[in-house]
Design a protein around this ligand. Structure first.
Ligand code: CP
Ligand code: NVA
Length: 312
């Protein structure tokens, strides 16, 4: 049966089947090609998109705004400094009002429950633009970037090094488990993801053939990796943990020695960005020939456009 995502929200990739993710990735490659060819298609003409941001953003905001705007749609940026959400109005009421005025809603903020509530009450597609526990649109861009470099996903090995319990480490586990990418987290034991996520992803991995591993030794886990991925040591909203994180994660900086432990010269380096150069990654690696971070950032836009085309 043909895949249709019309009317669907994206709260987490755990809710999407491998076929649905495949469909979004194929569409992402197509819209990137259309953009390169300079096609003007105006597929969101007359449509409106609400962009709620409780946390800062460069890529996610700009990807949603430019992807929607260049197709003729009207995006409206709503920071929580400006709207009533959280201050005077409940999430449910905000969802019902925005759902009457907009064709879709993007939410970036703290709690996964907030984006779930928005989706429950809005009556229009809701997209998770990052919460404390997930970042599904970033993973679509990461998978797209892997495909561009390696031509396929199944059987690739991606190693995430760093804060193994943060939104990126978790979201990548879900996306890789769904799509058959072998996924390893290398982190100090204090920063391992919780068992419930591991159990959930183990069930996805059974269907896709992905192997999911968690360890603390980069030396043991890196050999053969196609991609090494890292993210900031201190995520938005966790600033008070800064000193502890630096202490725990200092030995886990992705530098050229660590990249060399893959035993391959064609391993790529990925990072969702923004990066704190000199903490989780050395300048040499992020600026070096193995880094694909700028393609990865650009792909945020194409994958987000594909998501909106598929669901609107
Ligand atoms: N990767 C990412 O989500 O970047 P922003 O925080 O700039 O949106
Ligand atoms: N883990 C980071 C990701 C930023 C895109 C954060 O939540 O701040």
């Amino acid at each position: 049966m043909a895949v249709s995502l019309k009317g669907r929200s994206l709260l987490t990739l755990a809710d999407y089947s491998p076929e649905e993710i495949r469909y979004l990735l194929d569409l992402s490659h197509q819209v990137k090609k259309e953009k390169r060819e300079g096609k003007i298609l105006q597929r969101f003409l007359g449509k409106t998109l609400a962009l709620i941001f409780e946390k800062r953003s460069t890529r996610t905001r700009c990807a949603f705004e430019t992807a929607f705007g260049e197709e003729g749609g009207h995006p409206v940026f709503l920071s929580t400094q400006d709207i009533q959400l959280g201050a005077k109005e409940s999430v449910e009421d905000t969802a019902r009002v925005l759902g009457r005025m907009f064709d879709a809603i993007q939410y970036r903020g703290f709690k996964q429950e907030t984006v779930e509530l928005l989706a429950k009450y809005a009556g229009v597609p809701v997209y998770n633009g990052l919460t404390d526990t997930d970042h599904p649109t970033q993973v679509l861009a990461d998978l797209m970037t892997l495909e561009e470099v390696f031509g396929n996903l199944k059987g690739l090995k991606l190693v995430f090094v760093g804060d193994g319990r943060n939104n990126m480490a978790r979201a990548l586990m879900i996306g890789c488990a769904k799509m058959g990418v072998h996924y390893t987290i290398v982190a100090p034991k204090e920063l391992y993801p919780d068992n419930s996520l591991r159990a959930l992803c183990a069930s996805f991995a059974e269907g896709s053939g992905a192997q999911i591993r968690i360890g603390s030794s980069a030396k043991e886990e890196l050999p053969g990796a196609d991609a090494v991925y890292t993210d900031v040591w201190v995520s938005m909203g966790e600033e008070e943990k800064s000193a502890e994180r630096i202490r725990l994660l200092r030995p886990y900086q992705v530098d050229s020695n660590m990249m060399a432990q893959t035993g391959r010269k064609d391993t790529i380096f990925l990072h969702c960005l923004p990066a704190v150069k000199g903490n989780e990654v050395s300048i040499e690696v992020i600026e070096g020939p193995q880094s694909r971070v700028w393609d990865e950032a650009e792909n945020r836009k194409h994958t987000i456009k594909a998501l909106m085309l598929a669901t609107l």
